[in-house]
Design a protein around this ligand. Structure first.
Ligand code: GLU
Length: 304
C-alpha cells in the first residue's frame, strides 16, 4: 500500500496537520509502504512557495520523510484536462453558469430541498439555445460539473466502517479555470500509485464523490482511513489563532520538534507526553490502527 500526505501550502502546519501527517506516515510505514508528499496548491492566491518550504521543513523536523520528489498540483494541469476530456467525451460533463448565491437560493427552495451543499441541478438540462444565451449573458467562464445522477455511493472506511452519500453533480473544473479538488485528488492519487488515503475525517463526506469519479474514469479507487480531527478548547477545529500550535510557536517556548512529536503521539495513545523520542520510527511497533482513538482530540487549554 502506498500512502501520502497532501497539505495545501497556504500557511504553516499546526499540530492538527502534523498529527494527520504522522498518522498517514504510520499507516504507510507500518505496512512497509512508500509515503508521498503532494502539495495541493491549486488555489493560485493562497498557495505560496514559502509555505510549501516551511511545511516540508516541519515534516522533516519531526522525522516524517517522504519518498521521491514533492508533487505539486499546479504543475499537473495537463493531466486534469485529459481526465475532463475523457468524461466530456462520455457525455458526463456540463457547463454551469450558476453563482454560489444562486445555488444556495435554489437549494433552499421549497420544491428542491437538497442535502448539504448539493448542487440542485439548475444547469443540468439546459438546451443548446439557453446555454448559448447564458454563455453570452453571464460574461464569465462557466464551471464544469459532473453529470453524476444523484446515485447513492457507499464506501468502507478502514477506521469508520461503511459510509453512504448521494453523489451530486459536483464541480470538476472551476469557473476561474482551475481544476477542482475532487478531480485533482482522484487523478493524482491514481497517478502516484496511492492505494490507501489517510486523512482527516472532515473529508469523509467528499469520499463517495471521489470513489464515484474514480470509477467513471476507469480507475481503481484507493482504500480510505479517515482519522479524527484536532479541536481547540472552544470546540472549533484547531487553527493558528488558538495559540502556540506550530513548531515555530513551540520552539519559542523552548520545545524541540521531538518534544512536540511526543505530545502528538501521546494524544494517540502511542507514548507518554514527556517520553524522549528519537523519531517516529520509535512508534512503529506500538502502532495499531484498530486501537486508535475514534473521537477528536481536544488540545488542553493549558498547552496552548
Ligand atoms: N489538501 C487537503 C487539505 O489540506 C487534503 C486533501 C486530501 O488529503 O485528500 O485539507
Amino acid at each position: 500500500m502506498n500512502g501520502r500526505f497532501a497539505p495545501s501550502p497556504t500557511g504553516p502546519l499546526h499540530v492538527g496537520n502534523l498529527r494527520t501527517a504522522l498518522l498517514a506516515w504510520l499507516f504507510a510505514r507500518s505496512a512497509g509502504s512508500e509515503w508521498y508528499l503532494r502539495m495541493e496548491d491549486l488555489d493560485p492566491i493562497a498557495s505560496r512557495p514559502e509555505h510549501e518550504q516551511a511545511q516540508c521543513l516541519d515534516l522533516l523536523a519531526i522525522g516524517l520523510a517522504w519518498n521521491g520528489a514533492v508533487i505539486r498540483q499546479s504543475e499537473r494541469r495537463a493531466r486534469y484536462d485529459v481526465a475532463i476530456a475523457q468524461l466530456t467525451a462520455a457525455g458526463l460533463t456540463y457547463e454551469c453558469y450558476c453563482t454560489r448565491k444562486e445555488i444556495q437560493a435554489a437549494a433552499q427552495a421549497p420544491h428542491g430541498p437538497q442535502p448539504d451543499g448539493a448542487y440542485p441541478g439548475t444547469c443540468r438540462e439546459l438546451g443548446d439555445r439557453e446555454r448559448r444565451r447564458r454563455r453570452r449573458d453571464v460574461g464569465r467562464r462557466p464551471a464544469l460539473r459532473l453529470r453524476a445522477g444523484n446515485e447513492a455511493v457507499t464506501i468502507i472506511d478502514r477506521q469508520l466502517g461503511s459510509f453512504t452519500a448521494t453523489v451530486d453533480d459536483f464541480v470538476l473544473h472551476r469557473s476561474d479555470g482551475v481544476a477542482a479538488y475532487n478531480l485533482a485528488v482522484v487523478v493524482d492519487d491514481d497517478a502516484q500509485g496511492v492505494d490507501e488515503v489517510v486523512r482527516g475525517d472532515d473529508l469523509l463526506a467528499s469520499t463517495p464523490r471521489q470513489v464515484h469519479l474514480a470509477r467513471l474514469l476507469g480507475l481503481a479507487p484507493p482504500a480510505h482511513a479517515h482519522v479524527p480531527m484536532v479541536l481547540a478548547p472552544d470546540g472549533a477545529r484547531l487553527a493558528k489563532r488558538h495559540g502556540a500550535v506550530t513548531l515555530a510557536d513551540r520552539a519559542a517556548r523552548g520545545e524541540t520538534p521531538m518534544q512536540v512529536l511526543a505530545v502528538i503521539a501521546a494524544s494517540l495513545g502511542l507514548c507518554e507526553p514527556d517520553e524522549p523520542l528519537a523519531g517516529p520510527s520509535d512508534l512503529l511497533d506500538r502502532f495499531a490502527p484498530a486501537s486508535l482513538p475514534r473521537a477528536a482530540w481536544t488540545v488542553p487549554a493549558e498547552w496552548l
